[in-house]
Write a protein that binds this ligand. Sequence first.
Ligand code: MG
Length: 326
Amino acid sequence: MEIFYSPYSLRPKQTLNAVSDETERKGVLLKVIWEKGLVGYADLHPWPELGDDVLEKQLSDLRINRISPLVKQSLWLARKDAELRSKEINAFDLYNEVKNNFLLHDFKLLQPGFLANLKNLGFTTIKIKMGRDLAEELTALDQIVAAGFKVRLDFNAVGTPESFKKFIDKLSPSTVLAIEYVEDPFPFDSSAWLEAKSSVKIAIDNQYEKVDWQNLKIAPFDVIVIKPAKVDVMTAIDYCQRWNLKATVTSYMDHAVGISHAITIAMGLKEKYGDLILDSGCLTQASYHTDPFFAELESQGPYLQKVRGTGVGFNSLLEALPWLPL
Ligand code: MG
């Protein structure tokens, strides 16, 4: 196996969540050659703020065959991509499209007519990143719920059980009803999460590794957020089946190649597991200034359109990149 990489940076339009205030996000695309004619691509986009090793360490570890969880997933995805490319199959042609939530990355977008327009486009669920300015977030939440959307709220585990309870107590019954789930309300703690789960549905995302899955008796959450860029997908599905949970597949707020991988994984899982798989959260490209790869992603309302090419797409752009040997 031969590995090449191509560095890139993404420019966020604004602060992406409560744990990051970076102006530029760096990652690399990986090109993996297993044998002649078996070449696949994947993204590697660490979030050190969420516990990943920094990019340089991911790469230096890979050079000595020490495989991080992110690299393991990148290689898995690259292999899937390689197999499809070798047969000249586009991953989007294999399954039906799946619906995505709308990621509201900036409350300034909430101008008159904005939500009505989203509704016309076919969106039914809006995801909000919480924990930056609660007053502003509550106002936005009221507007969104009044417009008839379901909501997914992501606290990125920055709160406390007390601050979360205070937040819930501030909500009207109709708002509580509109919450599909709250993601990572505060750092994982089995009994405190179980308590939180009594008022709203809870999803686990970046706290996933904190769970002692082997000894877990009752799951203190209802949904697992599966990021194919980071977690072993079939293990997570197995957990969902074992504890009767649902799953949401999302991108890793990463490069367009990562988005294309995530959505096609979501499509395959939806086909196989049906109702276990909720709407996805892969339309994260609008959080960044566009680039030639993002420009290839076209969505029609909540649906990402097929990306041109074979595998997860982008053939000519990928071929034109400078590739450095690992
Ligand atoms: Mg999250």
